[in-house]
Ligand binder design. Sequence first.
Ligand SMILES: NC(=O)c1ccc[n+]([C@@H]2O[C@H](COP(=O)([O-])OP(=O)(O)OC[C@H]3O[C@@H](n4cnc5c(N)ncnc54)[C@H](O)[C@@H]3O)[C@@H](O)[C@H]2O)c1
Length: 256
Amino acid sequence: MSSNPFNLENKVAIITGGASGIGAATTELFASVGAKVHVSDINLEACQQRHSGSAFAENISVHHCDVSDKASVHGFIAKVLAQGPVDILFNNAGAGLVGTLLQTSEEDFDRLYQVNVKGVYYLTSALMPHFLERKAGNIINMASICGVIGVPDRTAYCMSKFAIVGMTKAMALDHAKDNIRVNCICPGRIATPFMLARINEYPDPEAIRADMDASQPMGRMGEPQEVATVALYLASDASGFVTGACESVDGGWFAG
Ligand SMILES: NC(=O)c1ccc[n+]([C@@H]2O[C@H](COP(=O)([O-])OP(=O)(O)OC[C@H]3O[C@@H](n4cnc5c(N)ncnc54)[C@H](O)[C@@H]3O)[C@@H](O)[C@H]2O)c1
């Protein structure tokens, strides 16, 4: 362990869904502490734009990857592994959906499952043989407060994020002796550009914002950087004895 346990020098990380929000903030943070980051997104142009002006651009490689498409995932992982070993996988890409059961069409249900659950399955199973061969690996999955408690109007989203918590715990046990740690992050409401844009579509954005702020006992939404720092903790030696954990980043929401 280096004297700074949060240092990621000589580490290589893959981050999905890195064009925006939490994935973009984590890419910047990991690159700033020395990691070589392969960041991907379904929207390649937005991802390139987001990171082209970075002060740490020499540590960032931008790729296209649609996590819901097995061939796209396998092509991305093969391209990255051709450049050398990988230490960290952050399965961050995800999609949201508002709706009760009867407001959720079968197509939307399947789409959410395909992106949020199968995406994690595709990425992780593509990289696991590499981690097993190296006898080292670090997997961080993006879950949500909706993966540990039920949240109204989020039936399919809760389904997908509860699945991520379950996969995380099971994989952590399966690979505890392989020196492969598997953890997940459970954010409350985070003020990403996408979230803020959606709030502005409501007739009374201020009331919606106040409502969303109040979900968190701390009385505000989190910032993408406040999730990125938790991802850094999980990615680094600082969390060397942590596996199978669900790290809450929710201003106290899960506390009850
Ligand atoms: N913002 C929140 O309040 C919040 C709370 C809890 C969990 N999360 C989770 O955090 C993760 C990141 O979300 P965010 O809030 O930063 O949202 P965001 O919309 O800002 O970023 C998500 C990124 O994922 C990309 N993406 C979407 N589908 C993809 C696909 N099929 N393949 C590859 N990339 C894809 C998007 O293009 C986008 O760049 C998601 O898994 C989300 O469910 C967010």
